[in-house]
Design a protein around this ligand. Structure first.
Ligand code: UDP
Length: 403
């Protein structure tokens, strides 16, 4: 399976990945998160689990189950870790633990390495069996509500290691902390090359006209993604450039706020015939791919962002991105080189117009962005990093340099 990345991913990543595979072959690796569809974590796991399996490491991906009350609570935790004040009672924390206890009974937690993704399943550490346990935080925790962070840390500090996407998210935890940014799979349906017919098919399906320049943002309907800010920026631009705006998003089963935010966005769009709000079914990967390839300007105007896979996805397609200067976005956008970082609606509008009016600049920056993703944000690099952390934990770092 690694062979398909040869000539695409950096050779050094592939070599190290193969070596780590040899060292860990025959062992078992368990990933647990809270949804199979929607959002970046599921996106990565879908692609990474088969790769690790192909190395001879027996890899499973499980998701925890919970009711509406559980996911309301965990969305509050998510929002609070990203800086919004939320009221979370002691009863809710107890329920968080209780739902995880039930999941621990249902799931086989036996594995040589267990990687728990995000706060929803973090209490599973209480039911740890053997193996090395790592907690993977995908959230922007640069400015969390302290009390909520402390409640999560009660569990997180009992792991063998914690993994964050960006250095400034790391916390003083008394356990090993590693920085591993997420990644995209160049061979997935979302990122593979498309023919002109395949791209057109999507535009026809969603009745998107081809005679106007397109501004696009792809993201869950989440306030931290600032869809209203995107509409405001589009309205400023629209005074000078005739263009359309496409906001595309799918529901995620662990995100109960999506519908309310979608309604707010629709209301704010006021039936503007040039705003296309697309609620796509889960796994609309080819359609997202086609939209990213068809857009003239792609935004990720987040106000908080763990990483923002959509940025690398777009850059891989040779397009620079205009992104909020938050969380993991500045890792990907080198301001003025692979895109632009913005801090306001006005800033976003200014940069959108710059791109709409300068196709040559878009092309030049887009080429640099693709190379930047190739070097830093492909799935082979991230898989290599996870296996390295596991290997280091097993060998306490001692043997590592014998590779
Ligand atoms: N995505 C999708 N369909 C949608 C909206 C988003 O497949 O309608 C994908 C998107 O292409 C990306 C992931 O979901 O791969 C979102 O990851 P990101 O890191 O940008 O944000 P998150 O949702 O994890 O906060």
């Amino acid at each position: 399976m690694l062979a398909q990345y040869s000539g695409i991913a950096p050779k050094s990543d592939l070599m190290l990945l193969q070596k780590l595979g040899e060292k860990l072959k025959g062992k078992s690796f368990l990933h647990i998160n809270s949804t199979r569809a929607g959002g970046g974590v599921a996106e990565i796991l879908q692609r990474m689990v088969p790769i690790i399996n192909s190395l001879g490491i027996e890899t499973r991906w499980e998701t925890i189950e919970g009711d509406a009350g559980f996911f309301d609570m965990t969305k509050k935790v998510h929002n609070a870790l990203q800086g919004n004040f939320e009221e979370i009672s002691e009863d809710m924390w107890q329920y968080h633990l209780e739902v995880n206890r039930r999941n621990a009974e249902r799931l086989d937690l036996e594995a040589d390495a267990v990687l728990i993704h995000d706060p929803q399943p973090v209490p599973l550490i209480e039911y740890r069996k053997s193996g090395k346990w790592m907690w993977r935080c995908h959230i922007d925790v640069s400015n969390p509500v302290r009390e909520v962070r402390s409640n999560i840390m009660r569990y997180a500090r009992r792991y063998d290691a914690a993994v964050f996407s960006v250095a400034k998210f790391a916390m003083a935890m008394d356990i090993s902390e590693f920085i591993i940014p997420p990644s995209i799979d160049p061979s997935s349906e979302k990122n593979r090359e498309l023919t002109a017919e395949e791209t057109d098919e999507t535009l026809v399906k969603y009745h998107i006209p081809r005679d106007k320049q397109m501004i696009l943002q792809v993201s869950r309907f989440d306030r931290f993604k600032d869809p209203i800010g995107v509409i405001k920026a589009y309205r400023l631009v629209k005074k000078y450039n005739d263009c359309i705006l496409v906001l595309a998003g799918s529901p995620a089963t662990d995100d109960p706020e999506g519908e309310a935010v979608l309604n707010e966005v629709k209301e704010y769009a006021e039936n503007d015939p040039d705003i296309f709000i697309l609620l796509l079914p889960p796994f609309s990967d080819k359609d997202i791919n086609a939209l990213q390839r068809s857009a003239t300007v792609v935004l990720q105007k987040s106000l908080r962002e763990g990483f923002g896979l959509t940025v690398s996805e777009t850059m891989w397609k040779g397009k620079p991105v205009i992104g909020g200067a938050v969380g993991g976005i500045p890792l990907q956008i080198v301001h003025g080189i692979t895109g632009f970082l913005v801090h306001s609606v006005e800033g976003a509008a200014f940069r959108i117009r710059q791109f709409l009016n300068n196709p040559g600049m878009v092309k030049r920056m887009g080429e640099k962005g693709r190379e930047y993703v190739r070097t830093n944000f492909l799935i082979t690099r991230q898989t290599r990093d996870y296996l390295s952390v596991w290997y280091v934990l097993e060998n306490k770092g001692g043997e590592f340099f014998e590779l």
